[in-house]
Write a protein that binds this ligand. Structure first.
Ligand code: DC
Length: 225
């Protein structure tokens, strides 16, 4: 029997990370943030000044990268021995991840790493292609969504809380732009799968979403006997 996987996909700002972390904690599963992996590789390419149009060089870079995800007091990403957990959240990194995310050879390397987590643990994994590419046989697939307005508002409040300047209309434009890139890329685009459960979180609290997912997990367990 393969370890249980809860695959959570959806657009940026739908609340995947927040919800997935809590669900994993409550169930005692490992939480895996695959976006962090794409971000870490993007950061490395930026630091090394690699031209994002140079696919060959990017692939070589990834082949020569050591990346670890682990959890102590917080979730950490260690890139070639350095903790980059904070740095990968920067706006410049978000803007450039689509280059890395659209290269098949790089995705294949990451898919392999991502699939390895299931060998030893039950997992909650979030991203864009978890149900479609990483674990098409995941026991529970969730597509987490929210309206563009709501996702922009959440991002706006996050920035405000950090004391950073934020313009809601500007953020909305960025959200729309990121959706386009995630949904329209040729390789592993974000899709709503027929076997995924669609959850619109626009009018739900984090606790309500967590509860729904945990109930779905128990239903799946009971139905598979
Ligand atoms: O979830 P996030 O915003 O941290 O993801 C960062 C970027 O990585 C985002 O632009 C989409 C991409 N990504 C992806 O292509 N596939 C995944 N499984 C996760 C993220």
């Amino acid at each position: 029997m393969k370890n249980f996987v809860i695959a959570i996909d959806g657009p940026a700002g739908a609340g995947k990370s927040t919800v997935a972390k809590i669900v994993a904690e409550k169930l005692g599963f490992l939480y895996v943030d695959t976006g962090a992996m794409y971000r870490a590789l993007t950061l490395k390419a930026m630091k090394k000044n690699i031209d994002f149009r140079n696919k060959e060089k990017l692939i070589k870079m990834v082949e020569n990268t050591d990346m670890k995800l682990y959890q102590d007091t917080k979730y950490r990403v260690i890139l070639d021995g350095e903790d980059v957990s904070e740095e990968i959240r920067k706006e410049e990194v978000s803007k450039n991840t689509h280059y890395i995310a659209s290269i098949l050879e790089i995705r294949e390397i990451l898919w392999k790493m991502q699939r390895n987590f299931r060998e030893t643990c039950k997992i909650v994994m979030e991203g864009r292609d978890i149900g479609s590419k990483v674990f098409p046989d995941a026991q529970l697939k969730i597509y987490l969504d929210a309206s563009v307005e709501e996702r922009a508002k959440r991002r706006y409040l996050q920035l405000k809380e950090k004391g950073e300047a934020a313009d809601i209309e500007e953020i909305k434009k960025e959200v729309i732009e990121r959706d386009k890139k995630d949904k329209n890329r040729k390789i592993a685009p974000l899709v709503k799968l027929p076997d995924a459960i669609y959850l619109d979180t626009t009018n739900l609290t984090i606790e309500e979403v967590v509860e729904k997912i945990i109930n779905l997990y128990h239903q799946k367990l009971n139905s598979s006997g």
